[in-house]
Design a binder for this molecule. Structure first.
Ligand code: PLP
Length: 391
């Protein structure tokens, strides 16, 4: 990448963010609402662990926000994914489909179940799983005569697809859901980055049987650490709640547990922060979209790069703003990252693709040329909503 272009890019970012007199992180948490007040209430009440009013309130507010029938707050997004897979019956040696372009937690949650992550291709226009390619691929590896969804190549059952709304941009949920129905596999939404995003005017998190959220410090809202599962089916939610609280049977005075459960429930302290953060989500979403439109405008006249824009069926939360290089090259990504970082713009690359990591290199996968291309063209720019609070 020539020097001139990187200087041009830095100038454009400066136009959006201002001075750059100090390092601007990729994404920072903000606590400008009722966080301290609710935390104090929480400590005063001594209900600091997972029994408490804030947990209940946080779950109710999440349902309102996402139009889910039930929500279960847990200790992390990773725990939410693990629990979701357990609840729908993922077992040892099952296969679960997922994109290679995701955060490692998606693949790890599958592995925690003893199941095998199987990587599928994404679409350049959505950054999420490509429906047409998925359908073509499945039709070649699955025996359609059988009532079960068996991978002819490995002999294992393919039980689920986890879709990821990458950087907050919704995947094409209807098309992907139709494919899952056709082959008899479950759909789970990894919505860790997508709270507040909409697909065809509906909040994401409603299409599969379960969607998972994360409230880690770098997500659009945070509880310190935390996650949640969203359900349309109350019975499934109750099953998840039971499993998340050591599978303790509470209608009996003894400590009796009817299966191997987990200690995954979100503590009241974290939920207190979450309640305050959720109150400001709508404000944040407005700021996020304003920041995105500023970036988009600035870069509209540069031929060599563009800012990724939401798919036309979606209204995205723009959790991260993504610069796409038109000429994909790892060298260019590295050089530009170095230039940006040394100018106080703490830009970051996409995650290393899952099939490049030592533990997932030998896993089943389809052709991932577009995933590779995207990895070699993505640079994420500072995206904290409050950067444009006073703009
Ligand atoms: C953050 C994230 C997770 C994991 O959430 P944690 O709360 O960090 O465990 C899972 N999947 C995706 C896509 C994420 O971005």
């Amino acid at each position: 990448m020539n020097n001139n272009l990187s200087h041009q890019i830095i100038q454009k970012i400066k136009n959006v963010l201002g001075g750059l007199s100090q390092p601007i992180p990729l994404h920072e948490p903000h606590f400008s609402g009722n966080e301290k007040k609710y935390l104090e209430n929480c400590i005063d009440s001594r209900y600091v662990s997972y029994i408490g009013e804030y947990v209940k309130q946080f779950e109710e507010n999440l349902c309102k926000q996402t139009q889910a029938k039930a929500a279960l707050a847990v200790v992390s997004g990773t725990a939410a994914l693990h629990l979701a897979l357990k609840i729908i019956g993922i077992e040892s040696q099952d296969e679960v489909l997922l994109p290679s372009l995701t955060f490692v937690a998606t693949a790890n949650a599958i592995t925690y179940c003893g199941a095998v992550p199987h990587f599928v291709e994404v679409d350049e226009n959505t950054l999420g799983v490509n429906p047409e390619k998925l359908d073509d691929y499945l039709s070649t590896i699955i025996d359609l005569q059988s009532s079960q969804c068996i991978n002819k190549v490995t002999g294992r059952k393919i039980k689920a697809l986890i879709v990821v709304h990458v950087f907050g941009h919704p995947v094409d949920l209807d098309s992907l859901f139709a494919i899952c129905q056709k082959y008899g596999i479950e759909l789970i939404e990894d919505s860790a980055q997508a709270l507040g995003s909409e697909y065809k005017s509906r909040p994401v998190g409603n299409v599969g049987r379960i969607a998972c959220l994360s409230f880690n410090g770098n997500k659009i809202i945070t509880t310190g650490g935390g996650g949640a599962l969203l359900f349309q089916d109350i019975e499934l939610a109750n099953k998840a709640k039971h499993l998340s609280t050591t599978a303790r049977v509470v209608d009996n005075q003894f400590f009796y547990h009817d299966q191997i459960g987990f200690n995954y429930r979100m503590p009241n302290i974290n939920a207190a922060i979450g309640c305050a953060q959720l109150e400001r989500l709508d404000i944040k979403l407005k700021l996020k979209r304003k920041l995105a439109s500023l970036y988009i405008q600035e870069f509209i006249n540069i031929d060599e790069v563009k800012i990724f824009q939401e798919p036309n069926y979606a209204k995205s939360n723009y959790w991260l703003n993504t610069l796409i290089l038109n000429d994909p090259s790892l060298e260019n990504v590295k050089n530009l990252l170095n230039e940006l970082n040394s100018n106080n713009i703490l830009a970051r690359p996409a995650w290393s693709l899952m099939h490049h990591l030592p533990m997932y290199m030998k896993n089943p996968r389809m052709d991932l040329a577009i995933s590779e291309k995207l990895f070699n063209s993505i640079i994420n720019l500072p995206s904290t909503a409050e950067l444009v609070e006073n703009a």
